[in-house]
Design a protein around this ligand. Structure first.
Ligand code: ADP
Length: 370
């Protein structure tokens, strides 16, 4: 089937009016950043942030009309408030922009795996954590929301694209016993996209809401690295049960982990704790253990910040080779000490999920570590 065109999209959107001004949203120049890729369409509707709530039906209608076009598989329409967002903010959320978290019936818990910066092994940890949860009998989904470098499909050895169910929901890919969706399925990895905050949040929403996840005990979300506005709005919109922060020993000193903690605190998501990755080095030849960075820094820093320390994973070529080769260590060498370490971390995370949910069920306020 021929790919839908920009003109097709603008044609159907032209029939929708801005309720405040009574003119077409296309004629008013409100449609921004149309992206089309293999039947996946994304675009923004520029609005005054104060009007965001009133414009929600317009956004929903725009999505519906584009969805009805032949050849369109998924649509993400997001309200953007770029001009206003470019003004210096005063630290608070702009009025009208705060949206409640999505509701995801069927998904028991949603866990964010975050890091203060890229390259610390966040995705590797997310994959092995998800597989370790699955190894303990849980039904697990893994959502790759890393807009800057969606690497989960490669780490799970997934090739191809997900299929569409009859209800137009996307069927997640399955591998090693877990379900997976990735930004990588929606965008062309070769073409860099400059993500604007609302675009990224919209894409994340689509990956959670328009995917036939079925019944899951837990959905693990591999967040983009960093703690900027994109992260904040994602953390706010995803119905997170809790978050774990991955850090290397040297980043602890740079306070990246603390930034992550503060970000989740802002949106009142409990931080379950810190995972120290590349914690020490075991020589593959002689087995000698070397503390490359000041090992143990994460544990001390976590304690100082009142965060739990969830465990440490060494720097080992076996971890890199297995995850880069599509067979992460937890499945390819389940008896190795590293796989055991991931399973211990997974068990702690599962415990924390239970604690957090029973607190919420009891109506207690969420505990946010100070
Ligand atoms: P991030 O998601 O933080 O950007 P990745 O998970 O993509 O980081 O990891 C970056 C690189 O480091 C990858 O090649 C990965 O295989 C490797 N890596 C991650 N953790 C370890 C580890 N504990 N030991 C060895 N290599 C690792």
């Amino acid at each position: 089937m021929a790919e839908v065109t920009r003109e097709d999209i603008l044609n159907v959107l032209d029939g929708i009016s801005d309720p405040a001004r009574g003119q077409s949203i296309v004629a008013l120049g409100m449609i921004a950043g149309i992206q089309i890729k293999d039947g996946h369409v994304a675009f923004g509707i520029e609005v005054d942030p104060a009007q965001a709530k009133a414009m929600e039906p317009v956004r929903a209608e725009a999505e519906k009309r584009v969805h009805a076009l032949p050849g369109v598989l998924t649509v993400t329409a997001v309200l953007t408030a770029e001009k206003q967002a470019a003004q210096p903010s005063h630290g608070g959320q702009q009025q009208g922009q705060r949206v409640p978290p999505l509701e995801l019936p069927g998904i028991g818990a949603v866990i964010a795996v975050a890091s203060g910066k890229g390259g610390v092994g966040k995705s590797t940890t997310a994959v092995n954590l998800a597989l370790a949860l699955a190894a303990s009998g849980k039904s697990v989904g893994l959502l790759d929301a890393d807009v800057y470098g969606p690497s989960i499909p490669r780490m799970l050895g997934i090739t191809g694209k997900p299929q569409m169910a009859e209800d137009k929901k996307v069927i997640p890919m399955e591998r090693h016993g877990i379900k997976c969706m990735s930004m990588g399925f929606l965008i062309d990895e070769e073409t860099p996209i400059i993500w604007r905050g609302p675009m990224a949040t919209g894409a994340l929403e689509q990956l959670m809401r328009d995917v036939a996840w079925g019944q899951l005990d837990v959905l693990v979300v591999d967040m983009p690295p960093g703690t900027g506005d994109i992260h904040l709005s994602m953390a706010q919109r995803a119905p997170l049960t809790g978050a774990v922060i991955v850090s290397t020993p040297q980043d602890i000193a740079l306070l990246d982990a603390r930034k992550g903690l503060n970000m989740f605190r802002k949106v009142e998501v409990p931080v379950f704790g810190l995972i120290e990755n590349m914690s020490y080095f075991v020589c593959p030849h002689c087995g000698e253990r070397t503390e490359i960075f000041s090992h143990g820094g994460a544990k001390r820093e976590a304690e100082r910040l009142g965060m739990d320390f969830l465990g440490e994973i060494p720097l080992d070529i076996a971890i890199r080779e297995t995850s880069d080769g599509g067979e992460p260590i937890v499945v390819s060498d389940p008896d190795s000490p590293h796989s055991q370490a991931y399973r211990t971390i997974a068990a702690r995370v599962w415990e924390k999920i239970g604690e957090s949910q029973s607190q919420q069920a009891a109506g207690a306020p969420r505990i946010v570590m100070q």
